[in-house]
Ligand binder design. Structure first.
Ligand code: NDP
Ligand code: BG6
Length: 523
């Protein structure tokens, strides 16, 4: 039985759901938003639609200019025409589009070419003068990660950015938004950080992890730290274990060139998954600001026990999908995907058993898994609680009881559910697990902003709370590096365990949790 008790929402929210949306945000300072990689997939699918929606909500200052830079030899008009397709999905009316299109400009060139950067500098000065932008600039690196170093060097050499001395908000300010992955291991991330810091001070650097911009991910902190009822039980005394799942039905798509180098460990675990883990396990920060929140995340990541040597085989499983079916449709195996080596050993699935070695979590395992071509798209965090210390009821009565669990559904079906035992309404005592559900859609009746919309607005406003700090990236790599190295050293003997597309990963991943007498949740 799965009794559903939709939580009531406060009456004033039900009466006027949109009131919730307008938390009286003022438009950000006028600036020039420079997109490197302006002809690429990320720009089309995420950045331009997000900027358009911000403009539509009047959160983008009307003087703001958006300058694209990429190799393709487009004119301003061609760039605008391309971007028109990109915002169609965001429902632009002709007048909204006209207003937005007037803010778009384009410079073509290759990133290695100093002359192209000088031309970019001239375009920026001209646009800023015309639109009255006081020299504030954001540089967004939407390019292959291999280009980041060249971009930093050439922005520096062309004098396009102004290094912040004390206050990042002093006008004119310069900021840089850098996409993931930031480096491919600890050493390369440190080298890149050092280079970035030759041009930008750390407080000008916004390393993006789009999971942090998701409403439901931000809600982890709100749920934990704005309510009094959860924190007292959020520890080793009450929690039996935690499970985090990031499951995708999609395969590698057109991204083999990148994914063959990354695998699930670098693509998801090093960033999105460790961020979810940090938010759910960190100590309460002293304030909701960039320093306090990120200090706590760094602390908990430092407490993650490293998995290396003999621990590797017991605590880490990697897998790779073979051909199978997703929702009844046949799909190829990973090694049959375009651009993937026929003998590829890239991981498309990872399951880990982790320990957070600190006062709160000592002895409590965190089981985490992520994979492509799994049966269902689902990202969730499940906190499973210990059983009641003493049972009054007979074994028969308890047959339908399952452990209490609080499940934070990040996507889809965003919400939170609490599972507990309830009496079945029949004569005598029979207990079954039921769920009490909070459902975002039903409770707030507004469309949540896209993660990129939230994060770009934060960067425009100079709030780095939801961005990854350099020492956080260090800790993420310091945790995943030994696992990747361990797997590489055993590569000749054993590659990733194979699993059929449309199944929940390799049997080795089941064994990882089942030898502790536990099971993966049916996500
Ligand atoms: P694409 O390959 O689609 O786009 C790359 C862009 O960079 C193109 O505009 C390309 O220009 C330009 N470019 C590359 N090299 C040069 C060069 N030497 N000189 C000038 N321009 C160059 O990549 P994506 O948009 O998919 O990804 C960009 C970044 O965003 C990556 O770091 C990725 O990891 C990250 N990311 C992407 C996501 C996505 O959904 N796509 C999601 C999360 C992160 P041209 O085409 O004109 O040659
Ligand atoms: C990206 C990864 O960072 O996140 C992709 O590179 C993955 O491989 C994507 O598919 C998942 O993001 P979302 O928002 O769809 O869960």
């Amino acid at each position: 039985m799965n009794a559903r008790a939709v939580l009531a929402t406060a009456p004033e929210i039900r009466a006027n759901p949109l009131r919730e949306e307008s938390v009286t945000l003022k438009a950000a300072d006028p600036c020039t938003f420079v997109v490197f990689g302006a002809s690429g997939d990320l720009t089309h699918r995420k950045l331009i639609p997000a900027l358009f929606r911000l403009s539509k909500q009047k959160l983008l200052h009307p003087q703001t200019a958006i300058v694209g830079f990429a190799r393709r030899e487009w004119t301003n008009e061609q760039f605008r025409e391309e971007m028109k397709h990109a915002v169609e999905s965001a429902g632009a009316s002709p007048s909204e589009w006209e207003r937005f299109a007037g803010a778009l400009f384009y410079q073509s060139g290759v990133f290695e070419d100093h002359a192209a950067f000088r031309a970019l500098g001239q375009l920026l000065s001209k646009v800023e003068e015309e639109r009255g932008v006081p020299g504030n600039r954001i540089f967004h690196f939407a390019t292959p990660p291999s280009e980041y170093a060249t971009l930093v060097r050439n922005i520096g050499a062309a004098g396009l950015a102004r290094r912040a001395l004390r206050d990042d908000h002093a006008v004119p300010w310069s900021r840089v938004i850098i996409e993931k992955p930031f480096g491919r291991d600890l050493q390369s991330a440190r080298e890149l950080n050092a280079l970035v810091h030759t041009v930008f001070a750390e407080r000008q650097v916004y390393r993006i992890d789009h999971y942090l911009g998701k409403e439901t991910v931000q809600n982890i902190l709100v749920m934990r730290f704005s309510n009094g009822i959860f924190e007292p039980i959020w520890n080793r005394q009450y929690v039996d274990h935690v499970q985090i799942t990031v499951a995708e039905t999609i395969g590698v798509e057109e991204r083999a060139g990148y994914y063959e180098q990354a695998g699930a460990m670098r693509d998801i675990v090093q960033n999105h998954l460790l961020q979810l883990l940090a938010l759910v396990s960190m100590e309460p920060p002293a304030a909701f600001d960039d320093k306090a929140v990120r200090d706590e995340k760094v602390k908990v990541m430092r407490a993650l026990r490293r998995i290396a040597g003999e621990d590797l085989s017991m605590n880490a499983v990697r897998g790779q999908y073979t051909r199978g079916f997703i929702e009844g449709t046949p799909v190829p195996g990973y090694r049959e995907e375009p651009g993937v080596a026929a003998d590829s050993r890239t991981d498309t699935y990872v399951a880990l058993k982790l320990w957070v070695d600190n006062w709160r979590w000592e002895g409590i395992p965190f089981y985490v898994r992520t994979g492509k071509r799994l049966p269902k798209q689902s990202t969730e965090i499940a906190i499973q609680f210990r059983a009641a210390p003493h049972q009054l009821f007979s074994r028969d009565a308890l047959a339908g009881l399952e452990p209490n669990a609080l499940v934070l559904r990040i996507q889809p079906d965003e919400g939170i559910s609490l599972r507990f035992g309830a009496k079945v309404p029949v004569q005598g005592i029979r207990i079954r697990a039921v769920n009490m559900d909070f459902d975002y859609g039903a409770s707030f009746m507004v469309d949540a902003p896209d993660a990129y919309e939230t994060l770009i607005l934060d960067a425009l406003r100079g709030d780095a709370t939801l961005f990854t700090r350099h020492d956080e990236v260090d800790q993420q790599w310091a945790f995943v590096d030994p696992i990747i190295k361990g797997w590489a050293s055993s590569d000749s003997a054993e590659g990733p365990a194979l699993y059929e597309a449309g199944t929940w990963g390799p049997t080795e991943a089941d064994a990882l949790i089942e030898r502790d007498g536990r099971k993966w949740r049916k996500a």
